[in-house]
Design a protein around this ligand. Structure first.
Ligand code: FES
Length: 113
């Protein structure tokens, strides 16, 4: 299991926004985006849409979902489920925890684990 890394303070990511983290920062093989859902929660998904090439960090957050900016597939921020076409593969999640106002990411650890 990877060590959690501090990625930001809670106030650094506005509700409905995302912070894109490159592999050099997380040690993961792919970029990861940390989202501040409109439900107030923080979630992390692999940044690249599972349909084609698009950054989910540039997507539209709606409640606890994010809509891909390219062809509008939607993903659940909580469990990565692909909620509509054209995406048919779920997004990979990463565990996020908030402690003392700081956001910690567990790269490679699924959110539901
Ligand atoms: S690239 Fe995301 S829906 Fe097509």
């Amino acid at each position: 299991m990877s060590e959690p890394i501090r990625v930001a303070a809670v106030e650094d990511i506005d509700e409905g926004e995302a912070l894109l983290l490159q592999p050099e920062v997380t040690g993961a093989s792919e970029p990861i985006s940390v989202f501040h859902g409109e439900d107030g929660g923080f979630y992390a998904l692999d940044d690249e849409c599972t349909h084609e090439t698009a950054s989910l960090a540039d997507g539209l957050v709606d409640g606890d979902t994010v809509e891909c900016p390219k062809h509008s597939a939607a993903f659940c921020l909580k469990d990565g489920r692909a909620l509509c076409l054209p995406a048919t593969r779920d997004a990979r999640t990463h565990r996020v925890e908030v402690r003392d106002g700081e956001i910690y990411l567990h790269p490679g650890v699924p959110a539901q684990a």
